[in-house]
Write a protein that binds this ligand. Structure first.
Ligand code: RFL
Ligand code: PHB
Length: 394
């Protein structure tokens, strides 16, 4: 078998890349270990930057997003018994859109399937080979148990943090920066209308809490919990009691409802550089992970493949390597900005176990500052709606 671009992973990065390449007349094959149903059901991110919405719109993928996405003009920061609004519209002229990653993935899969694209779900034993040659090879075992080899002009590793593509870059040729956090998020999807019009990020001595949503009928809520926490220790009534405690505000009510899903997510910051080795290109979580507090992971994945689609088209269709050579640096500037912002939001809002009251005082001072100084509020707002650093010069 042969294709122009072999794509490993049918998450948002791999699927959008395949779509953008097809729009430019470049053929690709997408291989995915999970089933289509699993990819479409996985609960993850919920917030799209305006730049991400624009990319999806320009690619003809926003018909449902435009109908069902909820445009939000700001967020609330809650701390020390106050709830303060950060107005993105007023501060930046931009907004974000609440539209679940699961819905983005459904839309992308539907568009690829309708176009007759080659996507194979349920594959195993993925290998990438000869990536420093002009003809890298993607090998895998199909759902039918038959081993296949696809000769490509380039391979895109869109296989997430636990994928295999990053390891195809020799250890001596890459630098990794990584930090963990001494907490995790317990997330629930609840069958109850959201109790808020915009997301609430709450600082509390007992730990961070976030009120997000999925639709006018569905709420998504998160609680900071210890990193090794067992979900079995959190029956629904304990989760609601803790959410009530951390969001409590006189005159405001958190409405409870049936919990449809719950799970615990560890948090880390991770960057692997460069994002390219020969004809292997990494995109999305395969190259970088941020803690979810800044709502950046999905947006970074979509932004990477927007740059990569142009670079690969130029490489495999036109035989020009300049954009491919510039790919890694072009992405990493944006990635580091989002990595810093996500770390900053995370450390401002979470209670570090054992840190004592000095940390809490510094956090509260910072929260008062970002909610009272227009300069500080604008900095938060422009990062949240999506800051695109200028390309490095020279
Ligand atoms: P994905 O989505 O992990 O997709 C990778 C795909 O590759 C497959 N795969 C393989 N396929 C073939 N062969 C192999 N050897 C393979 N190994 C893996 C996997 O099965 C999978 O289908 O990566 P991608 O495309 O880079 O997308 C990244 C995003 O999924 C991620 O950054 C976001 O979900 C992060 N995130 C958030 N991002 C935001 O922008 N806004 C948010 O509000 C937000 N909230 C979140 C989040 C992530 C969370 N979790 C669960 C980690 C909230 C949570 C709780
Ligand atoms: C979500 O809705 O899942 C969500 C929203 C904002 C975040 C993280 C997750 O910062």
């Amino acid at each position: 078998m042969r294709t122009q671009v072999g794509i490993v992973g049918a998450g948002p990065a791999g699927l959008l890349l395949s779509h953008l390449l097809a729009l430019r007349g470049v053929e690709s094959v997408v291989v995915e270990t999970r089933s289509r149903e699993y990819c479409e059901a996985r609960q993850r991110a919920g917030v799209l930057e305006s730049g991400s919405v624009q990319v999806l719109r320009e690619a003809g993928l926003a018909e449902r997003l435009d109908r069902q996405g909820l445009e939000h003009g700001g967020i609330y920061l809650q701390f020390a018994g106050e709830r303060r609004h950060i107005d993105f519209r007023e501060l930046t002229g931009r907004t974000v859109t609440v539209y679940a990653q699961t819905e983005v993935v459904k839309d992308l899969i539907a568009a690829r399937v309708a176009a007759g694209a080659a996507i194979e779900f349920g594959i195993s034993d993925t290998e990438v080979d000869a990536v420093t040659s002009d003809q890298p090879v993607l090998r895998y075992t199909g759902a039918d148990g038959v081993r296949r080899a696809v000769t490509c002009d380039a391979i895109a590793g869109c296989d997430g943090f636990h994928g295999i593509c990053r390891d195809a870059i020799p250890v001596g040729l890459r630098t990794v920066w990584e930090t963990g956090y001494p907490y995790a998020w317990l997330g629930i999807l609840a069958d109850v209308p959201p109790s808020t019009d915009e997301l609430i990020y709450a600082h509390h001595p007992a730990g961070f809490a976030l009120h997000s949503l999925r639709s006018p009928q569905l709420s998504r809520l998160y609680l900071q919990v210890p990193p090794e926490e067992d979900i079995a220790a959190w029956p629904d009534d304990r989760i609601w009691a803790e959410l009530q405690r951390r969001f409590a505000l006189p005159g405001w009510q958190l409405t409870e409802g049936p919990v449809l899903e719950k799970g615990i997510t560890p948090m880390r910051s991770f960057v692997s550089s460069p994002m390219r080795h020969g004809r292997l290109f990494l995109a999305g979580d395969a190259a970088h992970i941020v803690p979810p507090t800044g709502a950046k992971g999905l947006n970074l994945a979509l932004a990477d493949v927007t740059v990569l689609a142009a670079a690969l088209t130029s490489l495999v269709r036109d035989g020009r390597g300049e954009l491919a050579d510039a790919y890694s640096d072009a992405c990493l500037h944006r990635v580091w900005r989002a990595t810093h912002f996500s770390w900053w939001m995370t450390t401002m809002l979470h209670a570090t176990p054992g840190a004592g009251s000095m940390e809490a005082q510094l956090q509260l001072s910072q929260l008062r500052y970002v909610t009272s100084s227009p300069a500080a509020a604008t900095s938060l707002a422009e990062n949240y709606v999506g800051y695109r650093p200028a390309a490095p010069s020279g």
